[in-house]
Design a protein around this ligand. Structure first.
Ligand code: OGA
Ligand code: MN
Length: 211
């Protein structure tokens, strides 16, 4: 796999693995190098300007539909070989995949990811990232691409943890949030400005009905 790789025993990756094992989620405020964050944000904006992003659907396969009352973001799925910055991101995520497999024996085989752009006011209501008819998604990973985000801009990722605890993540550029896809309900709150992210899922081999 091309792109930027780091050893799977890098301290940052080991911390994420430990967090996931202990409590099912991890937040690393300084994960992505700033030059890469800036390049990915530019790539996301370029795709948006070219009209390549489309309203995101809810559900999977033939049952998928666009429902703005549930989620209002625009997305485009990543493919390797499209842009250098994207390949570097995919390389880093592959390093994380290896670390998760070594530390947690999850048998993660692939990674799917998309750019997401939330226009001002857009949100994503509370949901789980695992589909009822497809349990291959094991671990969710969100990276934010926003410059100088302030809490008053809104747009927090709100995670509903055990014992009624809520945890809000401010979507500041370079921050990575990782959580167990089937265990952590979460939502995206509306923001006053455009909100950019890369969201991805590590998947195991499974019995999903769609490829
Ligand atoms: C998702 C999602 C969270 C975020 O795309 O499924 O929950 O903070 N995204 O963008
Ligand atoms: Mn989600």
């Amino acid at each position: 796999m091309r792109g930027m790789h780091i050893p799977s025993d890098h301290p940052l990756l080991l911390r994420i693995v430990d967090d996931l094992a202990e409590r099912g989620w991890s937040q690393q405020n300084i994960f992505l190098p700033q030059v890469l964050t800036v390049a990915l944000a530019a790539e996301c904006r370029r795709r948006a300007a070219e009209g390549e992003l489309a309203p995101a659907g809810v559900g999977r396969g033939p049952a998928q539909e666009v429902r703005e009352g549930i989620r209002g973001d625009h997305i485009q799925w990543l493919e390797p070989g499209q842009a250098e910055a994207c390949d570097e991101y995919l390389g880093l995520m592959d390093s994380l995949r290896e670390a998760l497999n070594r530390g947690l024996f999850l048998g993660l085989e692939d990674f799917e990811s998309h750019f997401a752009l939330y226009p001002p006011g857009a949100f994503y209501k509370t949901h789980l990232d695992r589909f009822h008819d497809d349990d291959r998604r094991m671990v969710s990973a969100v990276i934010y691409l926003n410059d100088a985000w302030l809490p008053e801009h809104g747009g927090q990722l709100r995670m509903y943890l055990d014992d009624g605890v809520e945890h809000d993540v401010v979507p500041t550029g370079g921050c990575l949030v990782v959580f167990l896809s089937g265990d952590v309900p979460h939502e995206v709150l509306p923001a006053t400005r455009e909100r950019l992210s890369l969201t991805g899922w590590f998947r195991r081999r499974g019995n999903g009905p769609f490829p």
